[in-house]
Design a protein around this ligand. Structure first.
Ligand code: LLP
Length: 425
C-alpha cells in the first residue's frame, strides 16, 4: 500500500484528501503519513533481524517530535549530531541509553550535556575529542562509552556534497591510524572504548559499497582485537538510498540485511545502523498552491507558494523530487512544467520540466519524497514564515509544527539602543 495515492481523482494521504488537509493547515506545508513511517521501520527491522542489529534513527533527516515519537514507540534508538537533536529525542521519548552522538565538531558544552543526560554512546571523530569527552566524563564523575569513527576509504553516495567515506573527507580517523588512536582512547581515564563506527555517505544505491566497507570494518575490528583491544560494538552508519526518480532504485533490503548478518557472524559484535532518509523520505510530501503560471520562451513556469527556503534539496543538490497534481490528471494531458518558488533567486526551482497538467492559480500540487531533509533544512529566507508540518494517521490530521506568526518570527530580533533612541527622538 502506498501512503499517497489517488482516490476518486484526488490525491490522498492515507485516508485523508490533501484538499481537506490543505484547507485545514494552509499552504505550503509538509504532510507526513504516520502509517508509512511505521511500515518502513518494520520492514527495515525485519530485514536486519537475522543480524540482531539495532536501529538508531538519524534524526537529522527529520527531527519533528511527532516523527521521532513514531520511531521511539517502535523501539528505535536515535543518532544525534547536536544538543538540539538530543533534547528533541528525549522529549519524544527515546530512552537516553539508546541515543548515540555523532558529529565532527561537538562542543564541550554539548558533550557535557550529553553525558549528564546519560546517553549510550559518543562517537569520537578526532583525536582532540578523546580528551574533551574524557574531561567532561571525569567532571561528571562518569565513565563514558565511546566508539571511534574510522574512515573505511570507500567512496559512496549520490552526490559530491553527501559522500563522506573517502580518505579526503573531513569525517572520522583514517583506518591506518585506528590502532594507535583506539588504543589511546581505551587507555584514557573516564572513557570506555566500546567499538568502531563508520558512515560512508548518503543516498547509496549499490549494496556492494556496503560490502566493501563492512569488510574493512571487520578487518579493523580483528586487527584491534589482535592487539588486545576489546571491540564489542560496530556502528555501520546510515546512507540507504531511496528512489527519487523512476530511473533510481531503493537500496535492496535483503542484500543489505545479508551483509549485516555476515558481519555479525564474522565479528560477533553488537551491530547498530543509523538510517535517516530511507525511513522518512517516502512518508512525506510538501503541499503547495499555484500562485501563477507563466511562459518564458518555451518553458512553462508554474510559480507556487513553496520555495527553496522550504525545500532546499533541488537547489543545493540538483535533487529531482516527483511532483504530483493533487487533482488527478491523465498522462496524455500532462506536459513539462518547471515548478518555481517566489524567492528572489533564479535557483529557486523545485522541479525542472515535471510532467504536469494545465494548472491555474489556486490549484494544489504535492512534491513527493520530501519527508527526509525537507523541513529540517528549511529556513526563513526572504522573511518567509518557517513551513509548518502535519501528520496524518488514517483520516486524522494533527498539526505537529504550527506556522509561526510574523510577530513570533520577528521577536528574536531587537533594535540596538542607539537606534531605538534615535527612533524615539
Ligand atoms: N549517520 C551519520 C554519521 C550521518 O552523517 C548521516 C547523514 C546519517 C547517519 C544518515 O544518513 P541517511 O541514512 O539519511 O543517508 N542533506 C542531505 C543528506 C545529508 C546526510 C548527512 N549525513 C540530503 O538532503 O540529501
Amino acid at each position: 500500500m502506498n501512503a499517497f495515492a489517488y482516490r476518486d481523482g484526488i490525491l490522498h494521504v492515507e485516508n485523508l484528501s490533501l484538499v481537506a488537509a490543505a484547507e485545514r493547515v494552509g499552504t505550503p506545508f509538509y504532510c507526513y503519513a504516520a502509517g508509512e513511517l511505521e511500515r518502513r521501520y518494520r520492514a527495515l527491522a525485519h530485514a536486519i533481524a537475522p543480524a540482531r542489529a539495532s536501529i538508531a534513527f538519524a534524526v537529522k533527516a527529520n527531527s519533528n517530535l511527532a516523527v521521532i515519537g513514531v520511531f521511539a514507540g517502535l523501539g528505535s534508538g536515535a543518532d544525534v549530531v547536536s544538543e538540539g537533536e538530543l533534547r528533541r529525542c528525549l522529549a519524544a521519548g527515546v530512552p537516553a541509553q539508546r541515543i548515540l552522538f555523532s558529529g565532527v565538531g561537538k562542543t564541550a558544552g554539548e558533550i557535557g550535556h550529553a553525558i549528564a543526560c546519560g546517553i549510550g554512546q559518543i562517537n569520537i571523530e578526532s583525536e582532540t575529542e578523546i580528551d574533551l569527552v574524557a574531561q567532561e566524563a571525569r567532571r561528571a564523575g562518569r565513565v563514558m562509552p565511546v566508539a571511534l569513527r574510522v574512515n573505511p576509504d570507500v567512496s559512496a553516495g549520490g552526490h559530491e556534497k553527501i559522500s563522506t567515506g573517502r580518505k579526503t573527507d573531513k569525517f572520522g580517523i583514517a583506518a591506518e591510524q585506528a590502532p594507535a588512536v583506539y588504543g589511546r582512547m581505551a587507555a584514557t581515564e573516564g572513557l570506555e572504548a566500546v567499538g568502531i563506527a563508520m558512515h560512508i555517505g548518503s543516498q547509496i544505491h549499490d549494496v556492494a559499497a556496503y560490502g566493501a566497507a563492512f569488510t574493512r570494518m571487520a578487518e579493523i575490528a580483528e586487527d584491534l582485537r589482535a592487539r588486545g583491544l576489546p571491540v564489542p560494538r560496530i556502528d555501520l552508519g546510515g546512507g540507504l538510498g531511496v528512489a527519487y526518480g523512476e530511473d533510481e532504485t531503493e537500496m535492496p533490503l535483503e542484500g543489505y540485511g545479508r551483509l549485516l548478518a555476515e558481519l555479525k557472524a564474522r565479528t560477533g559484535a553488537e551491530l547498530t545502523i543509523e538510517p535517516g532518509r530511507w525511513l522518512v523520505a517516502d512518508a512525506g510530501v510538501l503541499v503547495s498552491r499555484v500562485i501563477t503560471v507563466k511562459q518564458a520562451g518555451n518553458r512553462r513556469f508554474v510559480v507556487v507558494d513553496a520555495a527553496m527556503n522550504d525545500l532546499i534539496r533541488p537547489t543545493l543538490y540538483d535533487a529531482r523530487h516527483p511532483v504530483w497534481p493533487v487533482v488527478e490528471a491523465a498522462e496524455e494531458d500532462c506536459h513539462p512544467g518547471t515548478v518555481a518558488g517566489p524567492v528572489c533567486e533564479s535557483g529557486d526551482i523545485l522541479a525542472v520540466d515535471a510532467p504536469l497538467p494545465d494548472l491555474a492559480p489556486g490549484d494544489l500540487i504535492a512534491i513527493g519524497k520530501a519527508g527526509a531533509y525537507g523541513a529540517v533544512m528549511a529556513s526563513s529566507y526572504n522573511s518567509r514564515l518557517l513551513v509548518p508540518e502535519a501528520m496524518v494517521w488514517d483520516d486524522r490530521l494533527e498539526i505537529v509544527r504550527r506556522r509561526p506568526s510574523f510577530e513570533e518570527a520577528m521577536a528574536l530580533d531587537s533594535l540596538p539602543d542607539w537606534q531605538a533612541q534615535a527612533g524615539a527622538a
